[in-house]
Design a protein around this ligand. Sequence first.
Ligand code: G3I
Length: 369
Amino acid sequence: MPDLLPTRRHVLAGLSAAALPVMASTPVLAASGPSLRALAAEKGILFGSALSAGTMEPAYLDIVKAECGVIVPENEFKVYVIATQPDRYNFAPGDTIAGFARDNGMKLRGHTLLWNKAEFMPKWLLNIDFGANPAREAERYLRDYIKRVCTHYGDQVFSWDVVNETIDPQTGDIRDTPFTRALGFDCIRIAFEAAREYAPKAQLVYNDYMSWERGNETHRKGVLKLLETLRAKNVPIDGFGIQSHIGNDGHIKEAQNDQWRAFIDAAVGMDYKLLITEFDVNDKDLPTDTAVRDAGVAAAAKDYLDLMFSYKQLDQFLCWGMSDNHSWLQGWTPRADKTPQRPTPYDAQYRPKPLREAIAAALKAAPKR
Ligand code: G3I
């Protein structure tokens, strides 16, 4: 199988069908042999995917069941779903995903208790008036929300993205939200402390989307500063979730491997466990030709995963969706040629793609942890 996977450098140097005679003429490979879950488990890695309540048709679920050992609700545990109104809690969509995980013997990750980004807070929360003593009231609200969500799902959630994306990629500073306005950095500390209190057995994770491409330097610096501060203040946190939406902003050709390694080295040097929480490959800057594009995506993935799996601190690997038709990238960052993106291991007809083979190859090559 590795013979079918050119390196990223090989693919991206040319990016013409002529430069890729093998890949361009290679038919789609069936996902025969061991599942990704089994290949990952051999190396001590837990493999899985995001799953959304809106995309639970049987053919898709067959793939999820065949391949995944862990799932994470794509949107259903977010505050804008759970708390559409103040003091009203809607767990029904999240319960659908949690029930599917339980019925199929899969582990469940939680995403996310505090998405500290104004854009993804419900309007009422964005405009909340924390009253005469904003710090006290903001802390009361945050602790109460985390208590309700954590106790609702109990020990089923073995790993929580406690705080998501609190660093502004442009400035490297903590984002401006109602919580940071009332509490400053303390809102991050409070979120982790409340999660430890109400989900005492769960792994607690900070999750963000800084990436290995050029253009992410300020974001990486800000996240590292945050990870250092969390350790310096003895905040209860176990892991660092690296979302891994690679090809971010169409910079698939611009990986900064050395800077990326230095960044990860610094995180593991502070004793953080590593997780790939939301893997996919944005193919915006690859050509229209499907075979060439799939080869570029597969090669970028193989390079990235080889690097990431070389860290034995990494023991969870989740894709952000298993098939192209269910990828957020279709709506969020459409291609200029208007063809659908091909960022996930299976195509829209649920056929495995070269990306699945690249993932399998990277798992086979990974050292055991
Ligand atoms: O369900 C409603 C539907 O009823 C309505 O008609 C439609 C109209 O816009 O919206 C639907 O909700 C959308 C939802 O996805 C479900 O498809 C929201 O608008 C849309 O904002 C939401 O996008 C999600 C996004 O996070 C924001 O929450 C994406 O699915 C999800 O993949 C994405 O996931 C994030 C991670 O949480 C954090 N890291 C980055 C990642 C990708 O952006």
